[in-house]
Ligand binder design. Structure first.
Ligand SMILES: [Mg+2]
Length: 183
């Protein structure tokens, strides 16, 4: 049990860190609007500022893809389950920490199983509680807002995505495997 308590807690976000959700979001957007965007065109947090779409439609598409197209959602890198396992084997306790609608939970669990991603706990946040309220030593997330109120020695690792490029943050990674290099 001693080994368990001394493990560092690594919290990992799901959407756009493990699951490359916005790839399929863009596909679905294109289908509905006869357009041709890719994830790389999504260069702002507020998608309604870049595309001709309301905030409600943004989340409608998001809900739809987790409901009907969850199997199409790729991981951000191949064999991501092995990467999570190797982080665990390196001594981290792995939490997946994700804010989402309740309706998507069943398919998120199926998606994690499908990609052979094993974790020590899985935390679904339904309300607006900041992620910093949850226990972790290191948080990997694509949303800089989740690093507000993050206090040393806790570490926030920003997962590079087109929409967070302009945010000034010192610790960034392109792939989850890079976590090992920075710790
Ligand atoms: Mg995210």
């Amino acid at each position: 049990m001693h080994a368990l308590t001394s493990r560092k807690k690594l919290a990992i976000d799901l959407d756009s860190v493990l699951a490359d959700t916005m790839v399929i979001w863009a596909e679905e957007y294109n289908k509905r609007n006869n357009s041709n965007i890719t994830k790389d065109n999504i260069i702002s947090w507020d998608i309604s500022k870049i595309l001709d779409i309301s905030i409600t439609e943004v989340s409608d598409i998001f809900s739809y893809i987790w409901d009907k197209r969850w199997l199409d959602i790729p991981s951000t890198e191949s064999s991501i389950g092995n990467i999570v396992t190797s982080l665990h084997d390196k001594g981290f306790r792995i939490s997946i920490l994700t804010k989402r609608y309740r309706s998507s939970v069943t398919n998120v669990i199926k998606w994690l199983d499908f990609h052979k991603i094993h974790c020590d706990d899985l935390l679904f946040v339904y309300d607006d509680t900041p992620k910093t309220e949850y226990p972790f030593d290191i948080l990997v997330d694509d949303a800089p807002i989740n690093f507000n109120h993050l206090v040393h020695p806790r570490v926030g690792v920003l997962f590079n995505q087109p929409w967070n490029k302009n945010f000034s943050w010192p610790v960034r990674i392109d792939t989850l495997s890079e976590v090992l290099d920075i710790i």
